[in-house]
Design a protein around this ligand. Sequence first.
Ligand SMILES: *Cc1c(COP(=O)(O)O)cnc(C)c1O
Length: 492
Amino acid sequence: MQYVSTRAAQSAAASSPHQFSDILLGGLASDGGLFLPATYPQVTGAELDAWRKLSYAELAFEILKKFATDIPEADLRALTAKTYTQEVYKNARKDESAADITPLRVLEEGENGTRLVLQALSNGPTLAFKDMAMQLLGNLFEYALARQNAELNIFGATSGDTGSAAEYAMRGKKGIRVFMLSPHKKMSAFQTAQMFSLQDPNIFNIAIEGVFDDAQDMVKAVSNDLAFKAKYKIGTVNSINWARVVAQVVYYFRGYLAATTSNEQKVSFTVPSGNFGNICAGHIARMMGLPIDKLVAATNENDVLDEFFRTGVYRVRKSAETYHTSSPSMDISKASNFERFVYELVGRDSDRTRALFQKVETHGGFDLSGKPGSDGDEFKLVSKYGFKSGKSTHADRVNTIRDVADDYGIVIDTHTADGIKVAKEHMEPGVTMIVLETALAAKFNETILEALGEDAERPDGFENIEDLPQKFVVMKPDVAAMKAYIAANTGL
Ligand SMILES: *Cc1c(COP(=O)(O)O)cnc(C)c1O
């Protein structure tokens, strides 16, 4: 399996093929594009039938081996078996089976097979779906670094979910350190406690006196110093990482297979979306031949993606135009994985893709609506890929959390509420609609309290997390001091 960049010069694509292991530890391609397989591996009906009986870990192995062809199969099998265990995904609701890893729950069942189903992806250590991919990444990184006898220092900024998922995936891993910046006293007490209570010697929590953008700017400043980056082996784990995307493909297969009894049945997915990583994995599953009918992107007030899927206009927002909402992990100004889909939409033309995303930099977006003066008419092809969308507001979230508690007796988080609200607008007769549950309610308790007048239940072990001893340092947004801190703590 070879990988190409969405922006590769046509000549470069053929002359410098990349394998899975070549792109595992990196982010963007050197030309600024994103990696995708040169062609999608296809899945047959017979394979799908055989996969119905597999455990989650076995299914993950079967799918990953199609993409990671340069990792010996026995090693890959051991890595997936170690990652997808019920001990790691133990935060399932009391009436769910943790062994299912991503258990399904039928919320509504109508005439002739119309159903609304929730797929729980948030039962891992940080109670958000990012664990599904990040836990695998931790094990893959440790494996790859050991093979090369190398080290990696992961450096990033977080306002919540990504940073904690990365820390829980990398804690105690040989050859890896994590330096994670967060805005001092700006995260919720729960999120702060999740990260800062980690005592592992390879985890460094750095609270920056400022807002998230100050922390983000420091990451950019350090990453732009290429000599420093090379000397101190600095890397990232952001959502454009290909291995993260491919790990997410697995649960679309799992959801489909668990919701159906034959490959004739159609299933749609609604995905609470921000950076387009999660739903991009659904698109890849569909391109591999999984019988997905619709892929519905649900956004909050930050409706960059909804706007595109309604109009064909992709218009990124300025930071002043980005709303801080009660589903904060979807508060994005641009969708960093979207380029992977646009590349597909323009017929895998990397020159076109490069030009369109250069226009994002210079003009803040592009227009594929086909109207006079637009940049193309590929919007008309969007329906061929099954994409639909919708948006939701704070009031919608509060109402949906209340309705779901009343109607189905479970408490969902704010991001999942965006998903349910939008899914209900796209239900079709005879089709199962699966909504991906991207976090557990305990993580976003403030809105639960507002909607239900009571606290969200916490999984076992999280009851007194705020009282645990915390390990972190506080720093001013000073790049030189940051570099000195990394240098002192890496021993390089
Ligand atoms: C990250 C995140 C999302 C958005 O996922 P993308 O892959 O960025 O589209 C949605 N919900 C929760 C809870 C998240 O943590």
